[in-house]
Design a protein around this ligand. Structure first.
Ligand SMILES: NC(=O)c1ccc[n+]([C@@H]2O[C@H](COP(=O)([O-])OP(=O)(O)OC[C@H]3O[C@@H](n4cnc5c(N)ncnc54)[C@H](OP(=O)(O)O)[C@@H]3O)[C@@H](O)[C@H]2O)c1
Length: 344
């Protein structure tokens, strides 16, 4: 017996990837619903070999499903997730709306799977920010071994992290450069084609951006509140795949060789780290893959017990859709969702 699953935001970058991955991992689906806004009623999306038609969120009866994978905006989730959770199903939400709510677990299954135990408080589970997800997958095994004191992170985030409009903007601007058309800037604050922008999400009072704040706040919630994290988040003209340069200071001694061995055994991590041309992973190669890739592992001689890493992953998969479905699998494996009997 399988589950009745609704994907809300099914026409979006993350929603489409969710449908792909549910099929790829053979998630036990009895019935699948693709949900989006009214303007998308009848729009066709792929679920494996099948084509399904989108339904309108306003008209949908959420009490008839067991699990909702949601990937819309934070404002939408603030309004809809509590209503849906109250109707019965568990909502796994990709937006930033619930991540820091103490009654909502924020989960990366390789890092803090046991937090799923309080998912029923609100029937909402939060998926982390895309940059945080891959970061904590890499940090967790190193923290377990040598205790991280401080991490300094610089992100190189692809345009798909800003939704399908972000991808369209990079494509259109790149084309415009080649045909000498005027460059239109709508989604990003400056031109993104052949450029980088040190600004993602809104500015906060202290001069950091909300995206930078998310990386530190979410890392503390999932991994350890004592870890100090600072971040500079940068948008780069890459379609899919986020990269991170990470400098870590540990409490205890750890060499680059030891870190390499630990990460080789760690769940979700794949070490590609040869000291030769091309002996590392770039975001282009991570697209469509599940792993968090770790390359360029080096000791930092400027601090005691310091390491530098290069961490790359597909932001639409581990940073969003894959992580959400791994959470759903965790719920199933721990018996925390049960398929409800179909109405006769
Ligand atoms: N992209 C990433 O790497 C990533 C990673 C982690 C988290 N997230 C988060 O995931 C969420 C979705 O991101 P995305 O990249 O998939 O965005 P996207 O490509 O812009 O897709 C947005 C989806 O939301 C739907 N939607 C918008 N307004 C709606 C409404 N009023 N009612 C019902 N559906 C509505 C859209 O449906 P229509 O087509 O009908 O408008 C579309 O399916 C965001 O909160 C984002 O921050 C994204």
């Amino acid at each position: 017996m399988g589950y009745r699953v609704a994907v809300v935001g099914a026409t979006g970058n993350v929603g489409r990837e969710m449908l792909n991955i549910l099929e790829e991992v053979n998630f036990p689906v009895d019935k699948i619903h693709a949900i989006a806004s009214r303007k998308s009623i009848g729009v066709e999306v792929a679920f494996g070999e099948k084509i399904i038609k989108c339904e309108d969120v306003e008209q949908f009866d959420f009490s008839k499903v067991d699990l909702v994978l949601m990937s819309v905006s934070g404002a939408f989730s603030k309004e809809w997730s509590p209503k849906i959770g109250a109707a019965g199903p568990i909502v796994i939400d990709n937006s930033s709306a619930w991540r820091m709510d103490p009654d909502v677990p924020l989960i990366v299954p390789e890092v803090n799977p046991d937090d799923v135990s309080y998912a029923h408080k609100k029937n909402i589970i939060a998926n982390p920010n895309c940059s945080t997800a891959q970061l904590v997958v890499a940090l967790k095994p190193l923290h377990d071994r040598a205790k991280i004191k401080r991490a300094v992170v610089a992100t190189y985030q692809s345009v798909s992290g800003a939704g399908k409009d972000g991808m369209d903007e990079l494509f259109n601007q790149t084309r415009a450069v080649f045909v000498a058309d005027p460059i239109e800037t709508k989604k990003f604050t400056k031109r993104i084609a052949f450029n980088v922008i040190p600004h993602i999400d809104v500015f906060m009072e202290d001069g950091y951006t909300k995206e930078e704040w998310k990386v530190l706040a979410e890392t503390k919630k999932m991994l350890d509140p004592k870890i100090k994290v600072t971040c500079t988040a940068v948008r780069v003209p890459v379609f899919i795949g986020h990269s991170e340069s990470v400098n870590i200071e540990f409490e205890n001694e750890i060499t680059a060789d030891q870190a390499r061995d630990i990460l080789r055994e760690a769940p979700g991590c794949l070490v590609i780290d040869k000291h030769e041309n091309g002996g590392y992973i770039t975001p282009y190669e991570s697209a469509g893959e599940d792993a968090t890739y770790i390359s360029r592992i080096r000791e930092d001689a400027t601090v005691e017990n310091g390491l530098n890493l290069w961490v790359v992953s597909d932001n639409l998969r581990k940073g969003a859709a894959l992580n959400a479905i791994q959470i759903a699998e965790l719920l199933v494996n721990r018996g925390l969702i049960k398929p409800r009997k179909q109405a006769a």
